[in-house]
Design a protein around this ligand. Structure first.
Ligand SMILES: [Zn+2]
Length: 537
């Protein structure tokens, strides 16, 4: 039985500081969203963070400045400072451009990434859609930080919640999630040298489920940030009721997933690609490349500046509260963090379908589930558990009895063991939802977590990371075999993705920016760590 540890460890770096107030508690006076003197204090913080002694741990500092009424993205490090415009236009303000490449296809073919993992300098790295993604992080009226710090890819910070494998960066590898499209209404193209964005996933799922293009809007009627990947979708005669399945392998590393699939080691993924396509550049996550931010972007088609979930932990100046959406005790409350303009893909699909006894939409093991007719977290909402999912450990199957666990020794990692239980329960739900094709949902969303545990524990390409992909593939194969038995495989559209990538830390690259910030004597909060809020004294 796992204790609280694995639950709170789940999905990214959630630093639990004993001095920080718990969610729901009040901290100090409420500050104005932007204090008048924020520029001077922010500049002092940027100067401290870009000092050469911090170059091993601070990859970039990013923020926005308002110029001519527009929020313009900026980035700096010890090498220089740049103003970033959408479309990749850069004005270098000082030194050299610290973000010289925004190439979403950088480090491809995959051998290039394997040969040069974890670039030591930002000028050897790439940051796709830098301006667009930075602008979105800073677009929330009360939850956006004053600046964000990007860890260097190799930064090793176990004392502050870091792991052997990490994610969260603006860089291309931590932001690269796999994107596989397969089955009904999908072009058969195999491996394609192209990329998409995670905000495109929800609109594509909705389109495959039959939602018309004009209905792909937020609650205010504005177009979504993402768009359906129509160039890979086939127009055609309707021959069967639409059935769409979206699958998420949390932290599933794009390059290694495709490499193992091509090598025949992930037969389930291989079956999907053989009946469709995979993008070698995957799908670019929103920034920060953190779990709850990107689950929400996937399932709403919006960037964080519009959906409001800025990280696994963030601060809201409007309420003076620290918000922790990525925690076993709070996942079932995810709808509370969504901004008013948000519509989930479940709501978009439901709107076009009559309500009945059969679920139109289903959400398996996913926190961002508002509107889904069937939702795992609804069981928790309707239960008496005062600690959310954290109080329901007894419902989970024994991990030692898992039929999908390749290497028993991984159960010594308590997070891996817990993920094995959760993912086995996820597969059980999928098989129940799909017991009878006549009653299967139009849209089924299936989140898996063991891939995050494997990559945090060992970093990309480690034995445990690869086994986590193999375990997830075993569950996928069991489900695909089930569809084959039902005889509906060719009628179903399937999309496989993740919420972020991963890079491996280097145990020789240690240190913290906190002493440099503390020395300034400026009141601040650092949530994540990496989202910095400047506070009134
Ligand atoms: Zn994740």
């Amino acid at each position: 039985m796992p204790g609280v540890g694995p639950w709170t460890l789940l999905w990214g770096r959630t630093r639990e500081c004993p001095d920080c107030p718990r969610p729901g508690s009040r901290v100090g006076p409420v500050s104005a969203p932007t204090a008048p003197d924020v520029t001077a204090r922010r500049n002092a913080v940027i100067e401290a963070l870009t000092a050469p002694p911090l170059a091993d741990v601070v990859d970039l500092v990013v923020w926005v400045e308002h110029l001519d009424g527009r929020a313009v993205a900026h980035a700096a490090n010890h090498l220089g400072r740049v103003r970033l415009h959408p479309g990749g236009v850069h004005d270098v303000l000082d030194g050299v451009d610290p973000v010289p490449s925004e190439d979403p296809m950088a480090f491809l073919p995959y051998a290039r990434e394997v040969d040069s993992p974890g670039p030591r300098r930002s000028v050897d790295n790439a940051y796709p859609y830098a301006a667009e993604r930075i602008q979105s992080l800073f677009a929330d009226p009360t939850r956006s930080p004053d600046l964000a710090i990007v860890h260097t890819p190799r930064h090793w910070f176990p004392d502050e919640g870091g792991h052997v494998g990490e994610h969260g960066s603006l860089d291309v590898i931590q932001s690269r999630a796999p994107l596989v499209l397969s089955g009904a209404r999908i072009a058969q193209r195999g491996l394609v040298d192209a990329h998409a964005r995670l905000v495109d996933v929800g609109p594509t799922l909705a389109t495959l489920a039959g939602v018309p293009e004009e209905a792909l809007r937020d609650a205010d009627g504005a177009p979504l940030d993402g768009a359906p990947l129509t160039s890979y979708l086939l127009e055609g005669e309707e021959t069967a009721r639409r059935r769409v399945i979206g699958i998420l392998w949390d932290g599933g590393h794009c390059g290694d997933l495709l490499h193992l699939a091509e090598a025949g080691e992930l037969p389930g993924v291989r079956r999907l690609i053989d009946r469709g396509l995979a993008l070698r550049g995957g799908a670019v996550a929103e920034f920060p490349s953190i779990t709850l931010t990107n689950h929400t972007s996937i399932l709403t088609g919006l960037g964080p500046g519009r959906h409001g979930v800025l990280g696994n932990v963030f601060y809201d100046r409007a309420t003076g509260r620290r918000v922790v959406p990525n925690d076993a005790s709070t996942w079932h409350r995810s709808a509370e963090w969504l901004r008013p303009g948000v519509r989930t893909v479940f709501e978009m699909v439901n709107d076009g379908l009559p309500q009945g006894a059969v679920p139109r939409t289903a959400s398996v093991d996913e926190p961002v589930d508002r509107g889904a007719d069937y939702a795992t977290m609804a069981l928790i909402r309707s239960s008496a558990s005062s600690t959310g999912a954290a109080g329901l450990g007894d419902l989970l199957p024994d991990p030692a009895g898992s039929a999908h666990l390749r290497t028993r020794a991984h159960l010594q990692d308590s997070y891996y063991a817990w993920c094995t239980q959760v993912d086995d329960l996820g597969l059980q739900q999928m098989l129940q939802l799909w017991q009878d094709p006549a009653t299967a949902p139009t849209l089924t969303w299936w989140a898996n977590v063991v891939t995050d545990a494997g990559h945090h524990a060992g970093g990309p390409r480690s034995d445990i990371a690869r086994d986590s992909l193999r375990d997830a593939d075993a569950r996928l194969s069991t489900f695909l075999d089930h569809l084959d038995r039902l005889g509906v495989t060719d009628e179903v559209s399937i999309m496989l993705t993740a919420d972020h990538g991963f890079e491996g830390a280097d145990s020789a690259v240690t240190g913290s920016w906190r002493p440099a910030l503390d020395a300034l004597g400026i009141a601040y909060r650092d949530e994540g760590p990496g989202l910095v809020y400047l506070l009134e004294d």
